[in-house]
Design a protein around this ligand. Structure first.
Ligand SMILES: Nc1nc2c(ncn2[C@@H]2O[C@H](COP(=O)(O)OP(=O)(O)OP(=O)(O)O)[C@@H](O)[C@H]2O)c(=O)[nH]1
Ligand SMILES: [Mg+2]
Length: 461
């Protein structure tokens, strides 16, 4: 069985490269609003575990299809020889700058690639497309038409009628917004272009589907390890005596906050790598929940559990009813005087590590004292981390590689995402959080359970 290969061809600026980027999961494909962005044909293999599943050729758009067709007609020797005539055209015009783009796009087709002809169904059909479709027909290669929708207009029906004169298979495919299931569906449909490729394309679709589940599991593992790390993070600093030192406390608090935020960033990068979105930036906008400071009131109110949910989860046991005070002052009885007041007063808009971490002063066997800050005991803290991570992973997982703008967050989507988690699961997860906070460690089996709970939540969007 030969490797399935497809040349993505069409008019300039119709989303050919966008389709290649989507189907090859490749951010490096050049895409721009300028016509003529793609200047040479280039192949993009879709690889999995070192095996190439299929190959896509990005090509420049047709520039002089009418002239090419006139040449072909002038050299016509009957239907049986038409592919040869196209080959002769390319052989004779390889150095002719006027036909550079046509030669580039025809070469992979003449070398055995199937044809995916891309049009923009948001613009009306026009007869200027007919010479290009006719040239493609002359190659005799199996082919399919894809109607991409770049803008708002809807001319799909007229396009369908025209395209079906030249292509036996016509499909609508949104290059920018197609999600994973649409991509897999399209891949299987490519099998209809050339039936000898069908088994390999189905295998590719199955392999990608399996790998998708693995990605989800790996992402869930990253998020579980993030939660484990931040729930057990502490900071310490040497003190000369048992007296509070506001400067040292402040520095320790800033470090704790930084450590947790950095750990969250690292987990995001890891998740993006899993989905091949290494370069993706979260939008630096006010409305973005992903760039919102982790310890802001807003993060807590958006991603945290409500007091009722906390009470129902059991998280509130001893936390809401006086326990919150406990969390704030927990272990701090060793701390004499002003330190705690300053700690609460300085909270401002930011909460979290400032108010909600345990603060202890420990006597050291070698003499002197140690200030220890953390772990963060607010029952909502891990839920905020989890809510932010779930929003991030879902956006990354559904994001298509044809999109080049920053990750923009739909504000509505983040809001009270914890509501969507069913109560039984919430209780199970919170029991793990509580154990972590107490023991500052986790056994393998519990970690595996946490990963599975998170994997189920990634799907349940
Ligand atoms: N909204 C939207 N824009 C799209 C879609 N597909 C492509 N575009 C935009 O259309 C423009 C052209 O896309 P490309 O993929 O570069 O088009 P091309 O056919 O490869 O263009 P050339 O290489 O210049 O021939 C880019 O600005 C894309 O972002 C789509 O499905 N929806
Ligand atoms: Mg292009």
């Amino acid at each position: 069985m030969s490797l399935p290969r497809f040349a993505i061809v069409g008019h300039p600026n119709k989303g050919k490269s966008s389709i290649v980027a989507t189907l090859a999961e490749d951010d490096s494909v050049a895409i721009s609003p300028e016509p003529g962005t793609t200047k040479t044909a280039r192949n993009y293999p879709m690889r999995l575990d070192g095996v190439t599943l299929y190959e896509l050729f990005d090509t420049p758009g047709f520039q002089r299809a009418r002239e090419v067709l006139a040449w072909l007609h002038a050299h016509d020797r009957g239907a049986g020889a038409r592919a040869d005539v196209v080959r002769e055209f390319v052989a004779q015009h390889g150095n002719d700058a006027r036909f550079h783009d046509e030669c580039e796009l025809l070469k992979p087709i003449l070398d055995g690639a199937g044809i995916l002809y891309v049009v923009d169904g948001s613009r009306p059909y026009g007869r200027e497309y007919e010479p290009e479709m006719e040239v493609l027909r002359w190659t005799g290669r199996p082919r399919m038409a894809l109607i991409n929708l770049i803008a708002k207009g809807d001319h799909v029906d007229e396009w369908r009628a025209a395209l079906s004169q030249f292509f036996s298979i016509v499909r609508v495919f949104d290059a920018m917004h197609a999600d994973f299931s649409r991509r897999i569906e399209l891949l299987r449909a490519f099998g209809a272009i050339d039936e000898t490729w069908s088994p390999r394309l189905n295998q590719a679709a199955d392999a990608l589907t399996r790998e998708r589940a693995q990605r989800r599991q790996r992402a869930a593992t990253e998020i579980a390890d993030l939660l484990i790390a931040v729930l057990t993070t502490t900071e310490s600093a040497a003190l000369l005596d048992a007296q509070p030192d506001p400067a040292i406390e402040d520095a320790a608090r800033a470090r704790l906050r930084r450590t947790v935020s950095n750990r969250e960033q690292a987990a995001r990068r890891a998740v993006q790598e899993i989905y091949h979105h290494e370069g993706l930036q979260a939008q630096e906008a006010d409305a973005s929940f992903l760039t919102e400071d982790l310890f802001s009131q807003r993060s807590f109110s958006v991603f945290g559990l409500s007091p009722t949910q906390l009470a129902m989860t059991g998280a509130a046991s001893g936390a809401v009813a006086g326990g919150l005070v406990d969390a704030m002052f927990g272990g701090a009885s060793l701390f004499l005087g002003a330190g705690i007041g300053a700690l609460i007063g300085a909270a401002g808009v930011l909460i979290g590590s400032d108010r909600l971490a345990r603060v202890e002063v420990l006597g050291q066997p070698v003499g002197g004292f140690e200030l220890r800050l953390g772990p963060i005991t607010d029952p909502n803290f891990p839920w905020v981390i989890l809510g932010r991570a779930l929003l991030h992973v879902r956006l990354v997982a559904e994001r298509n590689h044809a999109r080049r703008e920053a990750l923009v967050i739909d504000v509505e989507r983040g809001e009270h995402s914890a509501d969507a988690i069913d109560a039984a699961r919430r209780r199970r997860i919170d029991a793990i959080f509580r154990a972590l906070r107490t023991d500052l460690s986790i056994d393998r089996a519990t970690r595996a359970r946490l990963i599975d709970e998170i994997a189920a939540l990634i799907d349940a969007s």
